[in-house]
Design a binder for this molecule. Sequence first.
Ligand code: GLN
Length: 200
Amino acid sequence: MQGNFREHAAVLRRLGAEPVEVRLPAQLDGLDGLILPGGESTAITRLMHLYGIDEALRSFEAPIFGTCAGMIILDREHLGLADIRVERNAFGRQVKSFEADIDIGQGDEPVRAVFIRAPWIAEAGPDVDVLAEVDGHPVLARQGRILVAAFHPELTDDTRIHELFLTQVREATSVDSAELEKRAKAPALPAPGAGVSVRA
Ligand code: GLN
């Protein structure tokens, strides 16, 4: 949307997705996924309200990935799309920025994560899977189609976190196309459009 669009877009392109910048509600139409980037959550909240993106997101059904301020915006106190309570500037305001190796499980190499005045997840509901923690605080989590990260995966060369999101996007679009195919076979329903492309 704003801020680090360029960095996110570069990673997405490397992974074969077609990124588009979203500033207006109509630009959400037909997207297979959405990244809510970092920045200042109060400013982003105000702008989203001004442009009606907050309202438009209520009917947006594709996967959403919130990074840093984007994670704050998805929480219970903001858009309410993730069942989490996020604490802003949780690592301390004075700790402007730090890097940490985080374990994302599955026996993989740890991910080097860049934290910038980062939040953490203070509380998570039962449907939330915590995927990584720093000092016992969740910093990467998934709840169905929603992925949240307290850090900035677009600022390193490691593409694994974006890959994780694109896997969610591909899962969601293949469910959709399977559903469309089923409908195409049901004579009473109209034929579906062409294939669904991944445009995260
Ligand atoms: N501290 C910012 C906030 O509370 C988030 C920082 C970030 O997105 N890097 O909105």
